[in-house]
Design a protein around this ligand. Structure first.
Ligand SMILES: [Zn+2]
Length: 185
């Protein structure tokens, strides 16, 4: 029995060789890529994923209140902003009674704490307030939303007090929009 030594097929470094060389194919592929197009596609994907996320949050955590009244299709997703310092978000309009200033829901995710970067869902109700601006309250859970709406003594959709002394408000994030007279979206 004879053993044949392994010998690779002879390769020629000739341009235009029959089989396309991987290094040539690789260059060709890289040439065809448009990085800004890829970034745009990634942003769109993140915005879409955020809409899916918030719909799941409503289904799972607000099943008797928001879930029946806000359709998944009603959300608009937004990509991350400012080099990913603000994560992707989604908003939906809850309606307006004066045709000018409306109520909104905003959704995004934040790292849980400075030490723990697990992401938590953050759902915020944005309401017109009497000064002409908007005020916002984070909705930590469905009970909080029920308490909030129950404590309001204004008609549904009407502007509320600028700094409503609501029990739920103590747990909310700082109100960053109150000075802005423009609609949030
Ligand atoms: Zn106000």
């Amino acid at each position: 029995m004879s053993i044949l030594p392994f010998s690779p097929p002879i390769q020629h470094d000739r341009p235009g060789a029959d089989a396309e060389l991987p290094i040539v194919a690789l260059h060709q592929r890289v040439q065809d890529f448009d990085l800004s197009e890829r970034a745009r596609e990634r942003d769109e994907e993140l915005a879409f994923q955020t809409v899916l996320n918030v719909d799941a949050v409503l289904t799972g955590s607000f099943r008797d209140t928001l879930d029946p009244v806000v359709q998944a299709m009603a959300w608009t997703g937004y990509p991350p902003l400012e080099d990913n310092e603000l994560m992707a978000s989604a908003i939906t309009h809850l309606g307006t009674v004066d045709g000018v200033r409306g109520w909104w829901l905003h959704y995004t995710r934040h790292p849980e704490t400075v030490e723990h970067d697990d992401l938590v869902h953050v759902l915020t109700l944005i309401a017109p307030c009497v000064c002409g601006s908007y005020t916002e309250v984070e909705l930590v859970d469905e009970d909080a939303l029920i308490v909030l709406l129950d404590e309001l003594d204004t008609p549904p959709g009407a502007p509320i007090a600028c700094d409503p002394q609501l029990r739920i408000r103590r747990t909310s994030y700082a109100d960053t929009r109150h000075a802005n007279l423009e609609p949030p979206w």
